[in-house]
Design a protein around this ligand. Structure first.
Ligand SMILES: CC(C)(COP(=O)(O)OP(=O)(O)OC[C@H]1O[C@@H](n2cnc3c(N)ncnc32)[C@H](O)[C@@H]1OP(=O)(O)O)[C@@H](O)C(=O)NCCC(=O)NCCS
Length: 175
């Protein structure tokens, strides 16, 4: 099982969708992960059924060992078997649980899964330029700032630059 002393990851279940719906319609989350909003419950269910069957995407629920509380989600998508790459995404949906190292723990477990189980070579993510908290988060986890995509997304009435962070298999665990 994907776990450490505080959290574990398990595959997202249909019974987690109510919580997930609330979180992904929260601006603290959707503005960061770049999802299309608002998300209807019908669209979410269809999205879940598609991803549950897909080999290009996997979504885990991040759960506290104590009380089995589901606090957020972490995922890999754009899984490319030929190039052995995938994009990751993470959020701790319960704001009271942020800043307690749960996000870092979730990414480390996801990286173990990506490199150890899926045999990937590189995982990467897209963040918003100027978001120092998220930049610090990925740098502390050993990710490298790989580049900027200028005016890549239109958010809240303006174009924003996006920053790519990547982690190679050989780099994982070195820090
Ligand atoms: C980003 C996120 C996943 C981080 O998870 P977390 O559990 O809150 O973060 P951690 O406690 O593991 O923090 C690790 C490091 O990230 C940085 N960090 C995290 N929260 C921070 C905050 N509120 N302010 C400044 N830095 C912060 C710090 O460098 C921190 O290390 P430190 O505690 O030693 O200073 C979480 O805050 C979140 O879900 N935010 C909303 C969605 C989001 O931004 N997703 C990522 C989009 S790319």
């Amino acid at each position: 099982m994907l776990s450490d002393e505080v959290i574990y990851l398990r595959k997202l279940e249909a019974s987690d969708l109510d919580r997930t719906w609330t979180w992904i319609n929260d601006p603290d989350v959707y503005l960061k992960i770049g999802s299309q909003v608002p998300v209807s419950r019908t669209a979410q269910l269809k999205w879940f059924e598609r991803t549950d069957q897909s080999s290009e995407k996997i979504i885990f629920a991040v759960c506290l060992r104590e009380g089995n509380v589901h606090v957020g989600n972490v995922s890999l998508d754009c899984i490319e078997p030929r190039h052995r790459t995938a994009r990751l995404s993470v959020f701790i949906g319960d704001s009271a649980q942020r800043g307690r190292s749960l996000g870092s723990r979730a990414i480390r477990l996801l990286a173990e899964y990506a490199f150890g189980f899926l045999n990937l070579n590189r995982i990467w993510c897209k963040t918003t330029a100027g978001d120092e908290q998220v930049a610090r988060f990925y740098q502390k986890l050993g990710f490298t700032h790989e580049g900027i995509m200028r005016q890549h997304e239109y958010v809240d009435g303006r174009y924003v630059d996006k920053v790519i962070y990547g982690l190679l298999r050989d780099e994982f665990g070195k820090r």
